[in-house]
Design a binder for this molecule. Structure first.
Ligand SMILES: [Zn+2]
Length: 477
């Protein structure tokens, strides 16, 4: 660790015979440092995240008023400089910044528009030295419905509350944050909500002091998986495999309807553990909310709109969506993509294993589903990019296309080798980040088959579908 020489240190150096001041005061002592980059250079979101530091821990205190959606908040960020840093950025959007300190001393700051939100530039009173930890504290306030430069991550329910769904880039509508999946950190949440509401966040509930609820996410988490909510809901406890504590949040007064659905998750986790090994976090659960119309794999607490469960066909086919978000806890949450261009590593396994689940329930044959994808994918590759090099997020190429890449790999490598590739992938990259290139190298290493390199590259990056092993009759429509 490098520290500036104190006056006493300088005196000691002089006593030791270092009489020439230019030698006694090293060049770095007065080096001014340089500003951190305003983005990490993600291929799809160049402004997301920031350079020059690595966040270790977020502590978010969030005091929210339902109905009006006003909030006052303070985030304390423990980070380590990765260069001599004269200034650094955080991603934010639509907040009023009240005060910023760095290492307890007031810092100057400025807001400027970025490509997906705003860039908050913080200039500390003193240059932050490379490798040295520092603390940033930002007091801010705002309103959930405030005008923003980009999309919002706020989803409002009929109960006057909200749930956060921020993937890929909207954690910054809740807090100043280093909003790129490559910078994972542990988290503490202190959420204040009035009587009659419950607060949720990622990780384990660690207590309640009056109307303030605390949570601790002790495994590293990317900001895109933020699971903040204040709702009129009830907690429902459960137990998963090997005693894993489960906690679900379901709409108040609707326990009869959603409680039994939430209770399916224990067996679903056991099903997933048979494929991927042990569940990677210290708790899991689902949050069912009418203010959201989709499903999202927030870490340890997947969020589902109530609409998912209102099927008119009387089946439990909604469990495929529950499996999809659960599989993400391994693929996407525990093992997080290095950049958003690697997002097929999240969605491919989630879609693929949900289809495997569906086949086991007797709903759809996996091969039939994959044939449909094969027929469609050629045109999608040309328009939106191949699965491993998409032009944007959320497309068929990374979802169904990603699943088709995995199906092709299983056809080529065989079931046993494929299972080994997937299981060791999540074990070896647990709590980390990994890229498409890492996956290709991993498949080669696990199978000792160098030819899988070219095989996977053709599927991931090709402009056309390669032939599908085992299905010589398949051809793109
Ligand atoms: Zn997904």
């Amino acid at each position: 660790m490098i520290r500036k020489l104190s006056v006493a240190g300088l005196a000691a150096a002089l006593t030791l015979g270092l009489t020439t001041p230019s030698l006694a005061i090293p060049a770095w002592a007065d080096r001014p440092g340089t500003p951190g980059a305003p983005g990490v250079g993600d291929p799809l979101f160049p402004d997301l995240g920031n350079g020059g530091y690595d966040v270790r821990h977020y502590d978010l205190a969030f005091d929210y008023t339902p109905g009006t959606h006003d909030f006052t908040a303070k985030v304390t960020i423990l980070a380590t400089a990765t260069q001599d840093l004269s200034a650094f950025n955080l991603d934010t959007d639509g907040h009023v910044i009240d005060a910023v300190t760095v290492n307890g001393a007031p810092a100057t700051w400025a807001l400027a528009p970025g490509r997906t939100g705003q860039e908050l530039t913080v200039t500390p009173a003193r240059t932050l030295r490379n490798h040295v930890p520092f603390t940033v504290e930002i007091a801010y306030h705002g309103n959930g419905k405030a005008q923003r430069l980009g999309l919002t991550g706020w989803n409002f329910g009929a109960d006057g509350g909200f749930a956060a769904a921020v993937q890929a880039s909207r954690a910054d509508t809740f807090m100043p944050v280093n909003d790129h999946p490559s910078d994972k950190a542990t988290w503490t949440f202190r959420i204040t909500a009035p009587e009659g509401y419950v607060a949720t966040a990622n990780g384990e509930p660690t207590g309640r002091d009056g109307t303030t609820w605390t949570f601790r996410a002790k495994e590293p988490m990317a900001s895109e998986l933020l699971g903040l909510a204040v709702v009129k809901g009830v907690y429902r406890a459960g137990t998963g495999p090997h005693g894993l504590p489960l906690r679900h949040v379901i709409p108040a007064g609707q326990e009869d309807r959603y409680g039994p659905i939430a209770d399916l998750t224990g067996d679903q986790i056991a099903w997933a553990e048979r494929r991927f090994g042990r569940y990677p976090f210290s708790t899991y659960g689902i949050h069912v909310y009418d203010g959201y119309r989709n499903a999202l794999e927030n870490q340890t607490l997947s969020l589902f709109g109530t609409n998912w469960f209102n099927r008119t066909d009387g089946t439990t086919k909604y469990t495929t969506t529950m499996i999809h978000e659960l599989v993400h806890q391994w693929f996407g949450d525990s093992v997080t993509p290095a950049t958003w261009q690697d997002a097929w590593l999240n969605e491919g396994p989630a879609v693929y294993y949900a289809a495997v689940w569906g086949e086991e329930q007797g709903w759809d044959e996996l091969a039939d589903k994959m044939k449909v994808v094969y027929d469609k994918l050629d045109a999608v590759r040309a328009k939106d990019g191949p699965p491993g090099r998409p032009k944007g997020l959320g497309g068929y190429n990374i979802y169904d296309g990603g699943a088709l890449v995995l199906y092709a790999l299983r056809q080529e490598a065989g079931a046993a080798a494929f299972d080994r590739i997937m299981r060791t992938w999540v074990q070896r990259n647990k709590d980390g980040n990994a890229s498409t290139e890492d996956f290709v190298a991993h498949a080669v290493k696990i199978t000792h088959r160098a030819d899988l390199d070219g095989f996977l590259r053709a599927w991931l990056y090709g402009e056309k579908n390669p032939p599908m092993p085992g299905h010589p009759d398949w051809s793109a429509a």
